[in-house]
Design a protein around this ligand. Structure first.
Ligand code: 4AD
Ligand code: MG
Length: 458
């Protein structure tokens, strides 16, 4: 017989139905005659209570054992659920060795502890609800872009370009060794040039936007950051969008509208469609509910770098690292800004051009100001970054020559030489977005298998 998913059973609540379920034991309450077993199968946050004669319990049944049970669905007196399964038998598929198994019933494990057993994490309530939210958020993001006429483009993981120029690239293949003599010049390497793992698909997206107009990707990005911070991973997922025909100050406003729309759409869908998963997290991080609701109700604030700096410099004594005019913002500055401006999301625009990468366009009336934007979210800080792209061939060429990138990025310059459209785009850090939505203190608890410096388990 086919087993049913527990979420479906709890939704339809068809009494007296003969059903079979399978899943993992989340709680056992043993009495003399009968035993109550809560079984969860990952389909939703809820478990189904199974009632079985104690004499029929299989040996070795314990917390997180894998079981199946068949019986009749009846209405329940249980305060938290309307139906329960009256089973004649429970079949044990996989016992758990209760002395070795790291998770215990009725024990509150910390996220740091749970993370040490990353391969078992999907059985815990906290992590399974994160995984469901993550899965659906990915779907809603794609749904948003689809509705808005964007095409998904899979940008490469292996690349010979370092898009951000921060040199935090993972090298897959170093450059070919310079041979000592021209007689032994056979190059044994796979590629004949340096190749890295991508830090961002932006440059490739720009190429595809100059033909499809509206494109996006949803890819892993790799950055060899040596940071032990709670908001950096060395493998993270980024949603990047690129849109042709965005230009000037108006284009930058349109880009911010796009980012705000995408975030609101995705947050609204999750709150509407997965209330149990989301409330479970909000209960553990009580201030998050208010922050997400504010972000949904309010228009995101838009300030420029100068205004941000005025606030920071007036409060500079309160920072560990002082804010410095002309420099990028640190996490403490970002958090201070969102907190002091009403705990709502803030776009910061008009950055000093030296704080941004070579591809960023500058303002026509202020050549030292980049048409870039960072989105800061309360409690997390920068969650998205983007801007308009430099499309003047001569200006871009000069910058590339200065950075000695004119050869490796000749193809990028070519896009300006032929059929160039002004464009703009952004990258949203998917894990940082989940951190905001759920209030997750550490980014490592928003991704199934986190990787960071010195850590690549499983
Ligand atoms: O601000 P970033 O570096 O922007 C870019 O890569 C652009 N090329 C994007 C574009 O315009 N297409 O990265 C974008 C976002 C950041 O705002 C942050 O949320 C996230 O990616 N991010 C990280 N998330 C987790 N761990 C890291 N090490 C991250 N580095 C960046
Ligand atoms: Mg950035």
């Amino acid at each position: 017989r086919q087993s049913s998913r527990i979420s479906g059973i709890l939704q339809s609540k068809t009494l007296d139905d003969n059903i079979q379920i399978q899943g993992w034991v989340k709680a056992i309450r043993k009495q003399k005659e009968i035993t109550f077993i809560d079984v969860g199968d990952g389909s939703s946050h809820q478990n189904l209570q199974v009632i079985v004669p104690t004499s029929k319990l299989p040996n070795g049944l314990g917390f997180h054992s894998c079981v199946s049970a068949a019986g009749i669905l009846k209405s329940s007196d249980h305060p938290n659920q309307e139906v329960e399964l009256i089973a004649q038998q429970v079949k044990l598929h996989g016992a758990t060795n209760q002395t070795e198994y790291p998770f215990k019933a009725r024990k509150k494990h910390t996220l740091d502890y749970i993370r040490q057993h990353v391969h078992y994490r999907s059985r815990t309530n906290t992590f399974s609800s994160l995984l469901r939210v993550r899965s659906q958020a990915k779907y809603h993001i794609q749904d948003y872009f689809n509705q808005e006429g964007f095409h998904i483009v899979d940008t490469p993981i292996l690349t010979s370009n370092d898009c951000e120029g921060g040199s935090e690239v993972f090298v897959v293949q170093p450059g070919p060794e310079k041979s000592k003599s021209s007689f032994q010049s056979e190059d044994k390497s796979y590629f004949n040039k340096p190749v890295y793992l991508t830090v961002s698909g932006q440059l490739h997206l720009e190429a595809m936007a100059s033909g499809l107009s509206k494109v996006y990707n949803f890819n892993p990005a790799f950055r060899a950051e040596n940071s032990q911070s709670r908001r950096h991973l060395c493998e993270f997922w980024m949603v990047e969008a690129e849109e042709s025909f965005l230009q000037g100050l108006e284009g930058l406003q349109a880009l911010m509208n796009r980012i705000e729309d995408l975030l609101k759409h995705t947050m609204r869908k999750i709150v509407e469609l997965q209330p149990e998963d989301i409330f479970f997290h909000w209960k553990q991080n009580p201030e998050t509910e208010n922050l997400v609701k504010l972000a949904l109700e309010q228009k995101f604030l838009r300030i420029n770098y100068q205004e941000a700096m005025n606030i920071l410099l007036a409060n500079n004594s309160s920072f560990k690292t002082k804010a410095d005019y002309g420099k990028d913002l640190g996490k403490e500055h970002e958090l201070f800004l969102t907190q002091s401006l009403g705990n709502i999301p803030i776009f910061v625009t008009d950055w000093p051009k030296d704080t941004k990468a070579f591809y960023m366009a500058t303002r026509e009336d202020q050549p030292n100001t980049a048409l870039g934007v960072d989105l800061l979210l309360p409690g997390v800080g920068e969650v998205a970054g983007g801007g308009l792209r430099e499309y003047r061939t001569a200006v871009l060429e000069k910058k590339l020559i200065m950075l000695d990138l004119q050869n490796s990025l000749d193809w990028y310059l070519d896009l300006r030489r032929n059929g160039c459209a002004p464009s703009g785009g952004f990258g949203l850090g998917f894990e940082r977005f989940l951190q905001f939505l759920l209030g997750t203190p550490n980014i490592k608890d928003t991704i199934p298998f986190p990787r960071w410096a010195k850590h690549c388990s499983c």
